[in-house]
Design a protein around this ligand. Sequence first.
Ligand code: FES
Length: 314
Amino acid sequence: MTTGNWWTAALRESVNGERPLAVVCNGEALVLFRNAAGELCALEDRCPHRRVPLALGTVTPKGLQCGYHGWTFSGTTGMCTTIPNLREDERVPSRYGARAYRVAESNGFVHVWLGEGSPADVPLPGADYQPRGSEFSGAAVVNIAHDEYLAAMLDGPECLLEFGSVRMTDFFLGDPRVESGHLVVDRGAVWTMRMLPAAFVIDHPLIVRTAVPLEGGTIRVELLDADEVPLVTVYIASSVNRRGTTSLCWRGFRHDARVVGAPLRWHLARRRECAPFRIHQMIDGAALAALLVAPSRDLAAARAAQRALMSDAA
Ligand code: FES
C-alpha cells in the first residue's frame, strides 16, 4: 500500500443512483454510485461472495445489490446488509463486506482516497478549478501507460490533445519551472491560418501551458494569448488503468477574454458553443516515439527532489 492521496475517479454527472459506474483509478477497480440518501459511495468492484464485479449489480434503497446472488452492500461502510433466503433466525455474518473508500466531490469531479493515511489536510485535486460560462467535459481510456502520458504532456502535448484552430510548435517559452506542486512548461503556438511551417515561426501569439503534478494525476492545460490572458482552461484527471492504459476525465471552459487575430472558425465555434478542445483517444505511437525527452527529465528530477525533502522531514 502506498502513501495515501486523493485521486480523481470520475465526472460528477456520470455517478448517479440508477446505474453503478465501474472505474479503474490508480490501478484499483472501483464501483461508484449514489445511495438512497444521495451520498456518493465508492466500493471495491468485487463482490466478497464469489468475486464478480459489483458494478454488474443494481442500486437499491438498501445499498448496492450484487447481480449474481443478490447480496446487498452498504455504500458507506461496505458491510453486507442483506442476503436473500436467510432464515428468520440467521444473521448476516459481519465478516462479509466489500471494501469501502472515502469519497468526495468538488468542482464537478468525484475523488477517491487511495492508499494509507488520512485525507485530513490533503487538498482535493483541482481545488482551484473555477469554471465560468459553459463547460465541456469528457472521459476516455487511452492506449498509453500513465507515466508515459504525463511525460508526453510535457514533451509533446500535440500528440495527446488539440485546441481548435491552434497549432502547437516545438518552441519552449522559457525553462520548465515548479509551481504549486506542478512542473509547468510553456510552449509557443499559432493560429492554424498561419501558413508558415512551425520551424519558421518566430513570434507566437499564443501559449500552451501544461502543468503536470509532482504527485497524483490532475493535469492543468491552458491556452493563453501572448499577454498570458487565459483563453481556455482544462483540467485533465489521469490515473493508471489496466494493461498499460490510462484513465482520463476532463472538464474545461472557454474564458470570456476578447480574442485578437483568431480565425473565423474560432469565433463560429464559440457562437455555437462547440468545445474548443479535444483529447486524442487513439495516440499515434510513431509520433510519440519521435518526441525528444526534454521537460519530462525535469519532472523526474523535481519528483526525486520532492521525495528527498519529504523523507528528510519525516
Ligand atoms: S457473487 Fe455476489 S452475491 Fe454471490
